[in-house]
Design a binder for this molecule. Structure first.
Ligand SMILES: Cc1cc2nc3c(=O)[nH]c(=O)nc-3n(C[C@H](O)[C@H](O)[C@H](O)COP(=O)(O)O)c2cc1C
Length: 143
């Protein structure tokens, strides 16, 4: 069975709603999924999975702190060729999705799905459906 891990952080819950809907999409496609907050994740979580899905809201044009720390954990493991995907909620500029995408590609040499998924503020039902579809797209890339 294909395996994925979703690692994300959130301050006011919006990116967490996205994470859970992406998890649903992956599970509906038959992928075994782990869901973890960035502050509790480390390099070991990245080892035995086919896909790594990273989520961060944008705060002051950057990643939320715990996700920045997680990128240094990524540097400890060989992730070349693994499937990657980035997502996050944003207010007006949404840089975090490009930062996560760029780092997975350039630092880790991962096979990253582009574009990542950005949702403005709190996801609506339509936004959550987009997240589930994104989960399915990630599942297809693994297979
Ligand atoms: C202090 C502060 C700074 C922010 N800076 C940005 C920013 O630079 N760019 C942006 O797109 N949104 C910015 N936002 C908006 C958040 O990204 C937005 O509220 C998002 O939905 C939060 O997601 P979360 O609920 O997962 O924490 C900022 C919000 C706060 C409170």
């Amino acid at each position: 069975m294909a395996k994925a891990i979703i690692i994300y952080e959130t301050r006011s819950g919006n990116t967490e709603m996205m994470a859970k809907a992406i998890e649903t999409g992956l599970k509906e496609s038959g992928v075994e999924v782990g869901l973890k907050k960035g502050a509790r994740a480390n390099a070991d979580d990245l080892k035995d999975v086919d896909a790594i899905v990273l989520g961060s809201p944008t705060y002051v044009r950057s990643l939320i702190a715990a996700m920045k720390t997680l990128l240094f954990e990524m540097d400890k493991v060989d992730l070349k060729g693994k499937v990657g995907a980035a997502f996050g909620s944003y207010g007006w500029s949404g840089e975090s999705i490009a930062i996560l995408t760029e780092t997975m590609k350039n630092l880790a040499g991962m096979n990253v799905i582009e574009p990542g998924l950005r949702i403005n503020r709190r996801p609506t039902e339509k936004g959550l459906e987009e997240c589930r579809e994104f989960g399915k797209k990630i599942a297809e890339r693994i297979k």
